[in-house]
Design a protein around this ligand. Structure first.
Ligand code: AGP
Length: 610
């Protein structure tokens, strides 16, 4: 979703803003713009529909805009089509206020009407422009008073960057439900939607909390709470390298991130296993609390939800407690049954997905204890959870998640083992077996990745399919959901994932000669049943690409047209291995089809609107 960058210092702002925006491209956008204040020219704004390259060309890489303070924005359209005029920054009618916004101003229609009645003329169809116009309306030669009065009238979610031409020695940043981070240099300050935009210039950052406002000058900053009282903020040092957010020789971030999975898994899991035991230092659950749990609610969206779908099987088998997996966007409005004895496990790579964040708040309000799995340190979900476990996947730039999914999955295994151990619902033998197998997963992932050419070959056979089905049972079904989503997201091929046994209750009518079915058959206990389901689709003319473990390859080879294989492992860890050929399959198909793999159409990395 929209990306914000701001800079105030001594250097020319425009090239820095463009560089920052290029690092936020992954969030998904359809237009981009810059506003720079220079002593000679006042505020100059350049904005355009389309890719950042267009803005780069229009400003000759920023060289045509002079001044050491400015704001940049990439827009993901919500209110008003993608167009030059709807792009940000928005400027008030008299040209005094410049605003960039991420989020939605929910009461924009009534504010717009109010301002129009006062004679204000709007240039765009956006909700965001009302902020700039409202600031101008309230301005009586006091920038901050105008901000204060404006904020008092806004409803909705917003991260704002504001520049006032009458006070160009400062920027104002405001955060409500949409993320913002400040970056601190010796003689400059920055603001951005996330740290990737500032990391090239500084590693010293401050995360704004909900409701906070910051006044930023070249020399420093002051943060205020929602009552405009000064607050002291903790500074953070970002310890990952800028190279982590660059392609490093790969054609796409997605390819790089797929290949990084063995290392990401190691980083997430190995430090948490000591002497054969899972050690989650950050958690302090006890047997009594776990014993009294009435339910575990897993709340997430998209791929994170698919992690939850797998976790349900593992948790229920190991803990013998009911587990409900809820789509965050549905949870909040479904009158969920949550009590003080409910544990909400919230899963989110970005930690900023608004559906997940608001569902989490609802679960908390109803009394649940919240444990979250998050990749982005300091994100809203991490900060508002009772307990948080971080995935150490590093920055994930491709819109389609791969390494974040894998590390989230890894943490669900650790949580399942940790709880089962406390509750004494797992045998010593199985506990030790799973822990030993966990330590082998990265090497097995490397083996799978080394054979990626064969997956590329299958992709070359099927990249023109109009529709692809994924079928599986139990955990294989849950992995199929992710394989299907990956394919849809980046290749734009229609796809459905089905519980294999459910196919004959309707969907099998869609199978005709030549239809491609990817059949997941790695889960041992249901292997025979899966073979019958494969025969059912084969008899209707389907082409079948099977996916199974080494020890069962022969069984499936007799029926399927092609087979992808992964090493054997403990059944509960199968998702970590099985998902990789499916990620590669989607990637190579999208590559053959010439799709924009890292930035698929209409999608955003971090979905910060409901
Ligand atoms: C997955 O490839 C998607 N980009 C998407 O489904 C994503 O998993 C979902 O939007 C949830 O995001 P989160 O994990 O950051 O909350």
């Amino acid at each position: 979703m929209c990306g914000i960058v701001g800079f105030i210092g001594k250097e020319e702002a425009a090239p820095i803003l463009l560089d920052g925006l290029s690092r936020l491209e992954y969030r998904g956008y359809d237009s981009a713009g810059l506003a720079v204040y220079g002593e000679d020219n006042g505020v100059r704004v350049v904005k355009t529909k389309g890719r950042l390259q267009a803005l780069f060309d229009l400003t000759q890489g920023g060289a045509t805009l002079h001044g050491a303070v400015g704001l940049g924005h990439t827009r993901w359209a919500t209110h008003g089509e993608p167009s030059d005029v709807n792009s940000h920054p928005h400027v008030s009618e008299r040209g005094r206020f410049v605003v960039v916004h991420n989020g939605i101003i929910e009461n924009y229609a009534e504010l717009r009407e109010f301002l129009q009645r006062k004679g204000v003329r709007f240039a765009s169809q956006t909700d965001s422009e009302v902020v700039a116009q409202l600031l101008e309306y309230h301005y009586r030669e006091d920038f901050l008073e105008a901000v204060r009065k404006t904020l008092g009238q806004l409803r909705g979610a917003y991260a704002l960057g504001i520049l006032c031409a009458d006070a160009p020695d400062k920027l104002v940043a405001v955060r409500k439900d949409s993320p913002l981070v400040l970056g601190h240099g010796d003689d400059f300050q920055m603001l951005a939607s996330d740290v990737t935009a500032v990391i090239k210039y500084t590693r010293e950052v401050t995360y704004l909390d909900n409701g906070e406002l910051a006044i930023i000058t070249a020399q420093g900053f002051q943060v205020y709470d929602s009552y405009f009282q000064p607050v002291e903020k903790e500074r953070h040092h970002v310890d990952w390298e800028i190279s982590a957010a660059e392609k490093g020789g790969y054609e796409h971030f997605m390819a790089k991130e797929i290949m990084e999975q063995p290392e990401a898994f190691r980083k997430t899991v190995f430090p948490r296993i000591r002497d054969g035991r899972v050690v989650l230092d950050d958690l302090c659950f006890d047997r009594d609390y776990l014993g009294k749990l009435d339910k575990i609610y897993i709340i997430a969206c998209g791929s994170s939800y698919h992690v939850g779908m797998v976790a349900k099987y593992n948790f229920e088998r190991l803990l013998r407690k009911p587990v409900e997996v809820a789509l965050a966007s549905e949870f909040r409005y479904s009158e969920p049954i949550v009590t003080k004895s409910t544990l909400a496990l919230v899963i989110s790579q970005s930690g900023e997905t608004i559906d997940t964040l608001t569902a989490m708040r609802e679960a908390k309000r109803l009394g649940a204890r919240v444990l979250s799995i998050v990749n982005v340190v300091g994100s809203s979900i991490a900060r508002e959870s009772d307990d948080v476990l971080y995935t150490w996947a590093g920055p994930e730039i491709a819109v389609a998640t791969t390494k974040a999914y894998s590390t989230q999955m890894a943490l669900t295994y650790l949580i399942a083992l940790y709880f089962a151990d406390l509750m004494q619902t797992i045998s010593r033998e199985e506990y030790s077996e799973v822990v030993s197998e966990l330590l082998l997963v990265p090497t097995k992932l490397e083996q799978i990745l080394a054979q990626r050419d064969s997956v590329q070959y299958f992709a070359s056979l099927y990249f023109n399919q109009p529709s692809i089905f994924f079928i599986g049972r139990n955990i294989d079904y849950a992995i199929g959901l992710e394989g299907s989503l990956k394919l849809k997201e980046i290749s734009y091929i229609h796809s459905e994932a089905y519980a294999a046994g459910e196919l004959k209750h309707g969907t099998i009518s869609l199978i005709e000669p030549g239809t491609l079915v990817v059949a997941l058959a790695s889960y041992g206990p249901l292997f025979e049943k899966m073979m019958s389901n494969i025969v059912e689709v084969k008899s209707r003319g389907a082409d079948v690409v099977g996916l199974t473990v080494e020890s069962r390859v022969e069984g499936i080879h007799r029926i399927a047209d092609h087979v992808m294989e992964v090493p054997d492992t403990h059944p509960m860890l199968l998702p970590s291995l099985d998902v990789v050929p499916l990620q590669l399959f989607a990637y190579y198909i999208a590559l053959q089809r010439g799709c924009d793999i890292d930035k698929p159409r209409n999608l955003a990395k971090s979905v910060t609107v409901e």
